[in-house]
Every structure is written in C-alpha cells, then in structure tokens.
Design a protein around this ligand. Structure first.
Ligand SMILES: *Cc1c(COP(=O)(O)O)cnc(C)c1O
Length: 421
C-alpha cells in the first residue's frame, strides 16, 4: 500500500475547508527530491534542472523549486509569463517550443531566454520575429537546437518513435543551422534533445547524454564552435505501478559523469554544463488528487463514481495510465472488491481505474489518487462544463495553503456574453 503524507482525519479537516475534489502537493517531499537530484549531478559545474512548467504550471511550486536554483523550461507564452512572474529570466529560461509563433520568440528574446529551435526554418523566422538583430546582439544570446535522432534511438508509447515524432532537426540540418548561426554572429551554443517520456531505464538516459556529447564533438570539430551545454531533455519516469522502481538518479549521475570524462579525454571537447528539463519526476509522485465517492453503482460491473472526473486527471483516459488509489481510513480493511472507478463526464473512458481491487467503498469515502503531481491538474479541461479544481500545498509544518482556487461557474461563463440573447 502506498504511503501518503496524510491520514483520514487530516484529509477530512482539509476537505472541510476545501471541498473535494482538489489536488494537494507535498512540499517537503518535493524539496527532498530536488535536493537528491541536484546532488546526483553536483559533479557537473553549472548543472541545472529547468522544471518543465507544463507539468504543473503553478507559480507557487515554481517558486519552491527556485530555492534549488531550478530554472523554467517553457514552451508557450503563458509559461514564459509564469517564469517571468517567479523571477526566472535570462538563462534561467529554456524556451523549448515547437511550431512556434513569432510573438513567443519575441517574448523569449526579450526575457533573454535560451532559445531552443525546433526546426531549421525557425532560425530565419526567429530572426525576423525579433527584428533582425545585428551580429553583436546575437552574440550575447544563447541558442540551441533540438536534435531528433530518428531511427538511431528507440522511443516509447507516450512520446512515440523519434522518427515519427514532429520534433527537432535531422543530423544534417543541425550542421547547417549551427553554421548559419555562427555566420550570423552567434557565439554561445547548446545542444538539446528530448527522446523519452516516462522512461524508467537509467541506461537510456545515460545513452542520450552520450549521443549528445558525440554530436557536440562532431559539430565543434567541423564548424569550429564551442558548446556551453548539452540539455538531455525531460522524460525521466516515475514508478506509477507498485512493481516499478524509482529511477536510480545516482547511477544516472555517475554514468553521465563517466561519459563526460570519456568524451573530454577522447574527443578533446571543453568541459560542458549538463542541463535537463524534467517535469514528471520533479513533482509527479508528490501530488495527489483527493476526491470523494459520490455513488456506488452495481450493473454489469461495480462502479465507484467519484466527485472528480478526467478533467482533474486525464492520464488514465488518455494513455490507459495506471494510478495507485488509496482509501484513507480503510488501509487495513483489505482489498476485497473490484471496481471501475469513474468520474461523471459523459465519456465512457472517464475512468481512473478499471477492474481495480480496493477496500469495500461506501458513499462519502475519501479516495486519494496518487502520482497526480505532474501532467495532472495541468491537463485539465472544461468539456461537459466540468470545472478545474483547487490546488493546495501541504507545507513542511503540516499547514495547508491554497495555491490555486477552484474554478467557479463564473469562470466558465466568463468568455460568454449573455446580453442580447
Ligand atoms: C514535456 C516535456 C518535458 C518534460 O517531460 P517530463 O516527462 O515531464 O519530464 C521536457 N521538455 C520538453 C520539450 C517537453 O515537451
């Protein structure tokens, strides 16, 4: 049974102030995890994690992560503004977008963000978007390209195979683009890739770093440019299922350190900074969706209908993803009964779990859905007039703070004008 940082009495107290459903994040666990990540890569001078804002776009969590000097990985205007609001500007922003609009390039440029291009055509497009800057000005900004290794690297179910993925440059295009950038006056370079999502094999992450290091050596040699960093992207997985293991970050750290040393010794490259832009493994395991059983229904199957629905957490509906479910107060009752755990959306895939064996449930029981701290609330939507829930932060002293209020019907109707109907 998964350990959760609150018991039934504590949750009932919280729910008395913030009605279910709500998301709640464990500040202490997020801090401990951030410390562990930093330590695993502390051998690298200049190491930085850029938290993937899209995973949990809440400025209070971003600010908490800033305590550990985490930057922000942004991919849209809203995410750039969030980074700016928490004081992450300049090289604290990695702007990794795709199919990018001109105004977002402009905003990233104004903020002094590291601009990570997704395509060779984005180089002239970006220049035009920011007003065709002179060589001297370009020389002050940091640019990066996103490499798509195509058939050289296998993918997985969430992100797909690299060769079928819409992201990034081919190898040939990289050489061409860095040459164009150098000719235009760019002096500060990085290289990026993002080939995995929810990957639990540590060697896959190490191999990704090796691949980038090799490429940096080739690019540096052929083009006569120096790189400041490689960014291995996000994609470190978390153990959603009880039989899965947490990624051994210390092993990954050591493996990448060895790869850096080897590449410096064998290929003669200068020492580089290591960047990553993880989202899931930073907050995922430390966020919980708390809901209440609204109805028990017994037809061809037994259903537990919650007051949450897939607009609070759509991963199970979207990917068939598994999320552990804990019933506080019934931990010792034994898992005796098989349920489909559903929401109230008019979509039959609105299920948090299918055929899950749980303690006997009753109306009013609190139910905690685990590992909802990344790509959870963030993926919410309003289909069927479902409103997005509140987000709460469980502080280290046990107090609870609201970090986003629940939406109201007024929020839902805010874009409509009922006058003149
Ligand atoms: C989604 C995404 C991330 C974060 O991925 P996680 O699986 O949450 O670590 C990082 N970088 C880019 C470009 C992304 O699209």
């Amino acid at each position: 049974m998964r350990k959760i940082p609150f018991d039934k009495a504590k949750l009932e107290k919280i729910a008395a102030q913030w009605p279910t459903p709500f998301h709640i994040y464990d500040a202490k666990a997020i801090r401990e995890n951030a410390k562990r990540l930093k330590k695993a890569f502390s051998w690298n001078k200049g190491f930085r994690e850029y938290f993937a804002v899209k995973a949990t776009p809440n400025p209070h969590l971003m600010k908490l992560l800033k305590e550990f000097d985490f930057g922000s990985d942004c991919s849209s205007m809203a995410e750039l503004v969030l980074a700016e609001k928490v004081g992450n500007v300049g090289d604290k922003i990695m702007f990794t977008s795709n199919d990018t609009p001109a105004e977002e390039f402009r905003k990233a440029w104004e903020l002094g963000a590291i601009i990570n291009l997704d395509d060779i055509t984005h180089w002239p497009f970006m220049l035009e978007s920011v007003g065709c800057p002179q060589a001297a000005e370009l020389g002050e900004h940091i640019f990066c390209c996103r490499y798509n290794p195509g058939p050289l690297k296998g993918g997985n179910a969430i992100i797909g195979k690299p060769e079928e993925a819409k992201y990034g440059f081919t190898r040939e295009q990289l050489f061409e683009c860095y040459r164009q950038m150098k000719d235009a006056g760019v002096k500060r370079f990085g290289l990026h890739t993002m080939v995995a999502s929810n990957e639990l094999d540590p060697d896959y992450i190490i191999d990704t770093a090796k691949m980038l290091l090799d490429l940096v050596a080739d690019l540096s040699q052929q083009l006569g440019i120096e790189f400041e960093f490689i960014n291995i992207g996000g994609g470190i997985g978390i153990p959603y299922k009880p039989d899965q293991k947490q990624m051994d970050l210390e092993y990954v750290g050591k493996g990448i350190e060895a790869a850096f040393k080897a590449c410096i010794a064998e290929r003669g490259i200068k020492p580089l900074k290591l960047f990553m832009e993880c989202g899931r493994c930073i907050t995922g395991p430390y966020g919980y969706l708390v809901a209440r059983v609204r109805h028990i229904k017994n037809t061809y199957r037994l259903y537990a209908g919650l007051d949450a629905c897939m607009s609070n957490l759509m991963r199970p509906a979207l990917y068939g993803a598994y999320h552990e479910i804990v019933v506080p107060g019934k931990e010792t009752c034994g898992d005796t009964t098989t349920y489909d755990v559903t929401g109230s959306l008019c979509e039959n895939n609105d299920k948090f779990a299918i055929g899950r064996v749980l303690p006997l449930l009753e109306r009013g029981d609190l139910v905690v859905i685990c590992d909802a701290g990344a790509h959870g609330h963030a993926m919410g939507f309003q289909y069927n007039g479902k409103l997005r829930s509140a987000e709460l932060l469980l502080e280290e002293d046990g107090s609870v703070r609201e970090i986003r209020r629940a939406e109201t019907l007024d929020d839902y109707f805010a874009t409509l004008d009922f006058n003149g109907l």
